[in-house]
Design a protein around this ligand. Sequence first.
Ligand SMILES: NC(=O)c1ccc[n+]([C@@H]2O[C@H](COP(=O)([O-])OP(=O)(O)OC[C@H]3O[C@@H](n4cnc5c(N)ncnc54)[C@H](OP(=O)(O)O)[C@@H]3O)[C@@H](O)[C@H]2O)c1
Length: 336
Amino acid sequence: MCTVYDYEYRPSGTRYDTMIYRRCGNSGLKLPVISLGLWQNFGSQGNYANMVRMIHTAFDNGIVHFDLANNYGHPYNGTAETNFGRILNDMKAYRDELCISTKAGYEMWAGIYGDKNGSRKYLTASLDQSLKRLNLDYVDIFYHHCPDPETPVEETALALDNAVKQGKALYIGISNYNSQQTAEILNIFRELRTPFIISQPSYSMLNRWTETDGLQNLAKEEGFGLAVFSPLAQGFLTDRYLHGIPEDSRIGKGNTWMKSQLDDAMLRRLNRLNEIASQRGQKLSQMALSWILSHEAVTTVITGASRPEQILENIGCIQHLDFSPEELQQIEDALK
Ligand SMILES: NC(=O)c1ccc[n+]([C@@H]2O[C@H](COP(=O)([O-])OP(=O)(O)OC[C@H]3O[C@@H](n4cnc5c(N)ncnc54)[C@H](OP(=O)(O)O)[C@@H]3O)[C@@H](O)[C@H]2O)c1
């Protein structure tokens, strides 16, 4: 089992072997194809020792990209950043081996300035708060978390650009923007020469809006990367729910939206996908990740986890990333 001190004595040069790294769009930044997100299980209600083990397991196995947001740790917004900052204190020697992202955009603190928005006022204050919680001088990627129809897009773009100019972020990203919204802000980033390099949409076998909306094509044409979130559909695309609802799963812990989705048709679909994965010699989770990574526009999948074993299993997907046309057709048929 990992402890904080494992790092000081770990042999160097071995931990990158188990990972594949892709360039993020046309930028100079490479990211591991598997990243770890801290939305769930890293807040004040999580188990700190388990968080440490998950971060160490990820890092030891080549996951050098960790994705956060100001509000992660809900209902205690900010606690995921605080916990990660605490874990980082014992990994200080590795800061330059890490890519750390955070975001602002959703409701964060009381009052009109901490509400869901994209104003210069909110983004600037939020990034300062995040840096304090993380105990960092800068983050590698700062995202606007969701589009804000009320704030002029120029204001949001300028606020993000300013974060870079101030040295508080190295690169800029946007999240939950559709292709039209992306094209609009991209024009302003281009004028400002903002290092905008990445978009973070949801995407999985069960959620394919980025294909029909054109975001994947836009990413390829314009040369930005895609960091895909919820690639396992929050756990549906794993063996978690194939034989009932475990008490310690997201649904078991009370996610009513997920529960409403888990009907007979969904179970049949998941079981069929699981059969296809077995034929490929993979777990369902691994096939779901490999399938996303087979899309050219995708740089990385931002996975979540509740235990280190899940992280290790998910990393195993890189052993089999290619699909035959027959397998792709079987998957399409299963998803119908
Ligand atoms: N930009 C945005 O608006 C946005 C929104 C959502 C998420 N995100 C980012 O994306 C990250 C990932 O999101 P997510 O947590 O929904 O991703 P996910 O990878 O689709 O789901 C993670 C959950 O799936 C289950 N799981 C993972 N690996 C497993 C395995 N090998 N076997 C069985 N179960 C497994 C675990 O559920 P159990 O807990 O049940 O074990 C885990 O908590 C977030 O942490 C965040 O960084 C961004």
